[in-house]
Design a protein around this ligand. Structure first.
Ligand SMILES: Nc1ncnc2c1ncn2[C@@H]1O[C@H](COP(=O)(O)OP(=O)(O)OP(=O)(O)O)[C@@H](O)[C@H]1O
Ligand SMILES: [Mg+2]
Length: 307
């Protein structure tokens, strides 16, 4: 096991933020951590990279304990270079241009020549879909999406063993989101890079994740594969997925069917098994609707007859 988070606890004053968090991650896997705003995703992220230390529990890398309540930041220093980090909001050095931002970790941690650094930077920019001309831009001259991509390029120049992304796609348009998702997957497939992606974007999680963990009230309330989360019977998990879906996709459903969809009038595509009718009820909608977007059940509309 590459990464193990065991019984992690963290409080700030009276506020318990993490309350017994457990996560296992194998080399080469992509884990997405989902949760509402304020649920503690960034706090968990900061523990994994050794910027915060727990009040209880521990974190292991390759079976070795690297973080406990008594670990000092200096003790963690040697582990930190195993991680590539994309902070929420990209966190570029504002006084350096893009090229200098990308060169910084290479100058600090490698013995590459100026020419080699320049080549590595060019490759990293290309991977995130930016032309080499961007090297001379200042961060203040970039759009939010471009800043994220520069942040990502800076995180991958070192080809880290474990990449952590905090909301990598939240400032991006759908096309750029897809590109970043493809990049996360290609880093896994080409470099066997292990990734942890913190997000509230379920669409991206379904696409890139080998595993999904959902954090709620300080606990991991779901841990499994994308197909498993879709069929989870946990009420909060369903609310989270459905809330997202209704918010973003309710309209496209109506466009397709011209009239509002009245699920109660549509025959189930698969007859529910005897005795299991009640349990299967929410999923018994035509397959083309059920599979649309994220294969989530469509909630029946009531009191609204079809026109
Ligand atoms: N250094 C800190 N001191 C005190 N409280 C903190 C600190 N860092 C985080 N918190 C609190 O911990 C809780 C979780 O914050 P966190 O940033 O992890 O949320 P999040 O899940 O990343 O949310 P978002 O999706 O909005 O980024 C919040 O209530 C926050 O106020
Ligand atoms: Mg956060």
């Amino acid at each position: 096991m590459l990464l193990e988070v065991r019984h992690l606890k963290k409080r700030f004053g009276n506020q318990v933020v993490l309350d017994d968090i457990n996560i296992n991650l194998d080399r080469g896997q992509v884990l997405c951590v989902l949760g509402q705003s304020g649920s503690g995703k960034t706090v968990l992220f900061r523990h994994i990279i050794g910027l915060l230390f727990p009040d209880g529990g521990e974190i292991r890398l390759d079976g070795q304990v690297v973080s406990t309540p008594t670990t000092k930041p200096a003790d963690f220093e040697k582990h930190r270079k195993r991680f590539g980090i994309l902070f929420q909001g990209a966190a570029l050095f504002d006084s350096m241009d893009v090229g200098e931002n990308l060169a910084f970790p290479l100058r600090e941690h490698t013995h590459l020549t100026t020419k080699e650094i320049s080549k590595t930077i060019g490759e990293a920019l290309e991977m995130v879909g930016l032309r080499e001309e961007f090297k001379s831009k200042m961060p203040s001259e970039l759009s939010g999406g471009m800043r994220s991509r520069v942040g990502l390029a800076r995180a991958i120049v070192m080809k880290p063993e474990i990449m952590l992304y905090d909301e990598p796609t939240s400032a991006l348009d759908p096309i750029m989101t897809d590109k970043i998702n493809d990049l996360i997957m290609s880093l896994r497939d080409r470099l066997k890079m292990t990734s942890i992606v913190i997000s509230h974007d379920i669409g991206s999680a379904y696409k890139v994740a080998d595993k999904i963990a959902m954090i709620h009230e300080g606990k991991i309330i779901f841990d499994g594969t994308p197909p498993e989360i879709r069929s989870s019977r946990n009420l909060y998990v369903q609310q989270f997925l459905r809330g997202y879906r209704e918010k973003f996709y309710a309209f496209s459903e109506e466009e397709k069917y011209a009239n509002p969809v009245d699920i109660s009038k549509i025959k189930p595509a698969r007859p529910p098994k005897k005795g299991a009718a009640q349990q299967n009820a929410p999923l018994s909608v035509p397959i083309d609707i059920a599979n649309k977007k994220f294969e989530m059940p469509v909630r029946a509309r009531t009191g609204e007859p079809p026109r």
